[in-house]
Design a protein around this ligand. Structure first.
Ligand code: SAH
Length: 244
């Protein structure tokens, strides 16, 4: 019997039903994270209950917004979700475990992390998820990925103007970017004006998740209004070094 008391207690508040398969997958995922972390630095969060709270529950905090996007955009069929700079799989993989119907793409620039994710996907027996090694500056220009998703997510990867450039081109018109952030992000939100305009996006919400157990306190929601203009994202490194 998996011991994930917080996930069991809070799933309903997030509109989720976690069956035994999901809970067993979370348990197996946590064991793999701990095992791999002994070999190389996958995440700084290493205590079992911290993994449950700061990695799993924090990731699941995005679930109500995925549901809201579905209503707002009337997505037919399975949600196509991409997680940019996913590291050890956050927030994408917990969302996929909770809702296996999601078609998930995990992207990271570090090959070792993609190696871990490929093993985790195999071990957990998940279908409809791929882990891709590469930088978003390149992958977002690849026709297989550009404008190919309903929702893009990214956690702890960059400041908002950089994130908008790196992530929003993965969305088609009416797609959403959902970015978990810490407290005190007012100035960061104000600094997005140029990036929003250049990428043909608009800010549609800055929200606090409702659960007090969550460590990330703000979710920023951005919509891709028109087609993302061709030059973006600029070449590797520029979106972070010289933000729009
Ligand atoms: N999202 C995870 C990991 C955050 S660490 C979490 O919340 O725990 C940031 C990750 O982003 C690193 O693994 C790094 O390799 C990746 N990354 C940074 N810039 C990137 C880019 N331009 N394209 C793809 N991955 C990138």
């Amino acid at each position: 019997m998996p011991s994930l008391p917080l996930l069991r207690a809070k799933a309903t508040d997030l509109g989720l039903t976690l069956d035994e398969t999901a809970l067993e997958r979370f348990e197996a995922y946590r064991a793999l994270l701990i095992e791999w972390n002994e070999r190389f630095n996958l995440t700084r969060v290493t205590e079992p209950d911290e993994i449950e709270r700061r990695l799993f529950l924090d990731s699941l905090a995005l679930a109500p917004l995925l549901a809201r996007h579905r209503l707002a955009s009337r997505v037919a069929g399975n949600l196509r979700l991409v997680d940019v700079g996913t590291g050890g799989g956050f927030p994408g993989l917990p969302l996929k475990i909770a809702d296996p119907s999601i078609e998930l793409t995990l992207i990271d620039a570090t090959a070792k992390k993609i190696g871990f994710l490929q093993e985790a996907i195999r071990e957990l027996g998940l279908d409809g998820v791929r882990a891709v090694h590469g930088r978003s500056e390149e992958l977002a220009h690849d026709p297989a990925y550009r404008s190919a998703f309903d929702v893009v997510i990214a956690r702890a990867v960059a400041k908002l103007p950089t994130l908008i450039e790196l992530c929003m081109p993965f969305c088609g018109p009416r797609g959403w970017g959902i970015f978990p952030k810490g407290r005190d992000i007012a100035a960061e939100v104000v600094s997005t004006t140029n990036a929003l305009k250049a990428l043909r996006c608009k800010l549609i919400g800055v929200e606090s998740p409702t659960l007090p157990e969550l460590s990330g306190t703000t979710l920023v929601i951005i919509e891709q209004v028109g087609k993302p203009p061709k030059p973006y994202p600029r070449r590797a490194g520029l979106p972070a070094k010289s933000p729009l």
